[in-house]
Design a protein around this ligand. Structure first.
Ligand SMILES: [Zn+2]
Length: 374
């Protein structure tokens, strides 16, 4: 790895759309791409230990500057040795800057050119995030990849408002870069611009012109249609052209979304979906979604997915999981989450293999079929 760059990225085109197979080397290890990152918002992927994450072959997880700075605070985590040591995860970590949480969680937010003031959803206290503070928080956390601070808006807002937030995001991108806090931390810029092709093109050009270590696509998966998302990814991919940096699609998604993102040249994505739905009893399998609360599983002695190698599938029946969920037993959350993370990351491994051996369309069709009709 170069001594001047915190991460190194290499990839080869695959001939499948714009899909590429690659590797990102970070200070805490390498990540084979395309890859899905489980979300560990509060310094924990809910219900799983770091050992569980290792068993699931997790390569990189996501943490969240907004949440971690409200509690326990970035300064406290820094005093305790940084986020890797705090949560006992020694693999790569990407932290989000807080732009999305200010948009989706914060009450009484006020955004001006300097930053965003908001009321904590935890205790009503007032906080302010600026590009400089968002970068300082992420430097204190010590993640391998930090995100620039951006302003996300509802893409359904009038074009002038989407454009204003996009322009502000570009100014904040420059300030985020100027405020980068440590040489061993990569910084990714975030493209905004809603679903307007002209704005997306302009935003892609503006962010790609800056010396970021990677490029993220933000502002999607917030209510637009699949067609709109795909069209927007086309615009971004065209505008990025041969740009060699890693590409990260924020907040996506479902098994079908993975294939669409990869086909558009995306290398990384994250989403709370597999872990969130697991805690409601929904598990993902090669046969599609199963709801373990369904009465038909109470006498089903088979594993969640016979092809899955996770601890849950090796040892426990659907009937046992159905019983645990009915009793709201705590173990239900761990076993279901461990399965969904393991299955999802195994799907990404199969996806990477399919790009290498020319069976991408076959795998995609089987996943689309399994997840379409249930
Ligand atoms: Zn399993």
């Amino acid at each position: 790895m170069s001594t001047s760059a915190p991460i190194a990225h290499s990839f080869t085109p695959t001939g499948v759309g714009r899909a590429r197979l690659g590797r990102i080397e970070t200070p805490h290890g390498s990540v084979e791409t395309p890859e899905f990152m489980p979300v560990g918002t509060q310094a924990t992927v809910k219900a799983l230990t770091p050992g569980d994450l290792r068993d699931a072959d997790t390569q990189m997880i996501l943490g969240n500057a907004y949440h971690l700075n409200l509690r326990p605070t970035a300064e406290r985590i820094a005093r305790l040795g940084g986020l890797h040591r705090f949560m006992a995860w020694d693999g790569p970590i990407l932290t989000d800057s807080g732009g999305f949480q200010v948009f989706s969680l914060a009450d009484l937010r006020h955004v001006d050119d300097d930053g965003a003031t908001f009321t904590s959803h935890l205790d009503g206290s007032t906080h302010r995030l600026t590009p400089e503070r968002a970068m300082e928080i992420q430097a204190l956390l010590g993640s391998d990849i930090a995100m620039a601070f951006d302003q996300l808006v509802d893409p359904a807002l009038p074009r002038a408002e989407v454009a204003e937030a996009m322009e502000r995001t570009h100014r904040w991108a420059e300030r985020s870069l100027a405020a980068r806090g440590r040489p061993d931390q990569a910084v990714f810029g975030i493209i905004q611009g809603g679903i307007d092709p002209e704005l997306r093109r302009a935003s892609t050009a503006a962010i790609a012109a800056l010396p970021f270590d990677g490029i993220a696509v933000g502002g999607l998966s917030v209510g637009e249609s699949k067609v709109e998302m795909s069209a927007t990814l086309d615009v971004v991919a065209d505008a990025l052209a041969e740009d060699p940096r890693p590409r990260y699609l924020m907040g996506v998604g479902s098994p079908a979304d993975f294939f669409a993102a990869v086909e558009h040249g995306i290398d990384l994505f994250d989403c709370v979906l597999p872990t969130r739905v697991a805690r409601t009893g929904q598990v993902w399998t090669d046969a599609g979604r199963l709801n373990l609360r369904n009465a038909r599983f109470q006498d089903d002695s088979g594993p969640i997915d016979p092809s899955c190698a996770c601890e849950t599938c090796r040892n426990h029946s659907r009937a046992y999981l159905a019983h645990l969920f009915r009793g709201r037993e705590l173990l239900a959350y761990r076993l279901a989450t461990l399965h969904n993370v393991t299955w999802t990351l195994a799907l990404l491994r199969r996806l990477r293999a399919s790009l290498a051996d020319g069976t991408f369309d076959v795998l995609r069709a089987s996943v689309d079929l399994a997840f379409a009709h249930r």
